[in-house]
Design a protein around this ligand. Sequence first.
Ligand code: ADP
Length: 287
Amino acid sequence: MRNEIHPAPMLETIELTFSYPGEQRQVLKGVTLTVERGSFVAVLGHNGSGKSTLAKQFNAVLLPSTGKVLADGMDTTEESLLFDIRQRVGLCFQNPDNQIVATIVEEDVAFAPENLNIPQAETAERVEYALKAVGMWDFREHSAHQLSGGQKQRVAIAGIIAMRPRCIVLDEPTAMLDPQGRQEVLATIRHLNREEGITVVMITHYMKEAAMADRIVVMDDGLVVLDGTPREVFQQAGYLEEIGLEAPQATSLIARLRKTCPALRADVLDEQEAAEAIAAVLREVKG
Ligand code: ADP
C-alpha cells in the first residue's frame, strides 16, 4: 500500500502498449517506467522510436491500448481525473509559435489560469511567479511575436508553469532554436527542476542535453532499451551507435583513445572531464 511516507511516483507506465487508431503496428511495445518526484529524466532515441507518443501518454493526450499510465498516481483512462491530470502534468512542444496564444507576454501566460476561472489576483500572482521562474518578467509587456525563439519558448513554458504543475514533460523543446535560444531554454528547465522542485521529463535527440539529466531513458522501436545515469548510458557507446545514436563527442574520443591507453577513465561526459582524464594519465606518465 502506498501512503504519505511512500507517495506514488510522479509518473508510472506499466506494460504500456499503444497503436494509433486504425493501425495494427504497435508504436509502444510494453514500456514499464517510473519517474520519481523531483527528478530530471531525459528520454533519448532516434526518430520514430516512440518518444513523442510516450510523452503524450503522460498527460492523457493519448491513452494506452493495453497496460496502464499513472500520472501523480491517477490512472489516465479515468475520465473524471482528466482535469486534475492535465493540471499536474504540463506538456510543452517543439514549436513555440504554436503554443503562444496572446499578443502580449503577460496575457499569454495568464491565458490558462483565466480559462480555469482562477480569481484575478491569484492569476496575477501566478503570472508573476511563472515569468520570474523562466527569467522573462522584464519582458511582460512586450509583444510575444517579437521575441527570439528561445524567449518565446520560455514564455510558452511560463504558460505551463502558471498552471502550477508538479511535472513538466517537454518534447524536444530546443529543436527549433538557435544555440543561444537552446542554452536559455536548457538553463530555464534546469532551474525549474533544481530550484522550483518541478519534475522534468525532457525528450531530446541531443546527447549533450540528455547529459544534464539525473537519468537517461533510451528508447528504440517502442521499447526502453537503456535506463541509467548519463555516465552509465554513455559508456554503452557501441550499443548507442547500433541504435542510431552517438555518445557525446568527448565520450567517443576517450573511448577511441582507451584502445591504446586503457588507463584513461572511461566515464567522461564532456570536454572538461575528457581534458582532466587525459591530464591525469599524463601526470602519471611524467611521475
Ligand atoms: P519519436 O518521437 O521518437 O520520433 P513518435 O512517437 O513521433 O517517435 O513516432 C513513433 C511512430 O509512430 C513512428 O513510426 C510514427 O510514424 C508513428 N506515428 C506518430 N504519430 C502518428 C499518428 N498520428 N498516426 C499514425 N502514426 C503515427
